[in-house]
Design a protein around this ligand. Structure first.
Ligand SMILES: [Zn+2]
Length: 236
């Protein structure tokens, strides 16, 4: 039996009255000479369920310090409770009752703010856009570490001095246009962009105040998490 997390847990489900009754029976049954088979059973029980034995005895279950009545008591209690309660383990992330750490809460909040900032920016742009990963460069496919998620235009854009064609990234200039290979993927897999040049250009086109959380979304998630866990923050 596993007790729900957060509730007080006892190594034995035997009630105090039941234990008192077993104790009285043990006192009556205590033999003049130790029974080796019983000693062996009790030793195995104590070894497997030390917390249980300690709870039943009311003190540390040290075999060498037990008198013969206590040995009988443990034997009777083991027969009365063959399967003692299992100590509940702490819930894991995603399980009911799990309490996120401060770093995890900060990361949840960062992602929420990031999603909101990107939704706002995307809505304010004059042309429909999607986020696409730049696959060019040898390392990208293997490690997914370099490159970035860019803002890819789904129509021609003219905004003041900024001119881009459909299927170009906002950061794309004539000099680097040939180096970029995009694979947009399904809309559902597209998180916010993390190409700083794309994000800055997008904010220039709109009259929105740049959101720090989106501008700072440039570091690799693993590095960001390590930085959050070490308490260094994500401010750069
Ligand atoms: Zn870009």
């Amino acid at each position: 039996m596993t007790a729900p997390a957060g509730q007080s847990w006892s190594p034995t489900a035997l009630m105090p009255e039941r234990l008192a009754e077993l104790r009285a029976r043990a006192a009556e049954q205590t033999p003049r000479f130790a029974d080796p088979a019983r000693l062996q059973r009790v030793a195995a029980r104590v070894s497997a369920h030390y917390e249980w034995a300690t709870a039943v005895l009311g003190h540390e279950a040290e075999l060498r310090r037990m008198d013969s009545t206590e040995v009988v008591l443990l034997d009777l209690a083991a027969a009365a409770e063959p399967d003692p309660p299992v100590r509940p383990r702490s819930p894991r992330p995603g399980e009911p009752g799990y309490e996120p750490t401060a770093a995890e809460l900060a990361e949840i909040e960062r992602r929420r703010a990031l999603g909101a900032a990107w939704a706002e920016l995307k809505k304010a742009l004059p042309v429909a856009v999607q986020v696409a990963y730049n696959y060019s460069g040898g390392l990208h496919l293997a490690t997914y570490l370099s490159g970035a998620h860019h803002i890819l235009l789904q129509g021609d854009l003219v905004a003041g001095r900024i001119r881009r064609s459909e299927h170009q990234a906002l950061c794309q200039t004539p000099s680097r246009s040939k180096q970029m290979i995009f694979h947009p993927g399904p809309e559902s897999s597209q998180g916010p962009p993390n190409c700083k040049a794309c994000i800055e250009t997008a904010y220039k086109i709109t009259d929105l105040a740049p959101a720090e959380v989106l501008l700072n979304n440039t570091r690799h998630p693993a590095r960001r998490l390590a930085s959050a866990l070490s308490g260094a923050g994500d401010g750069r």
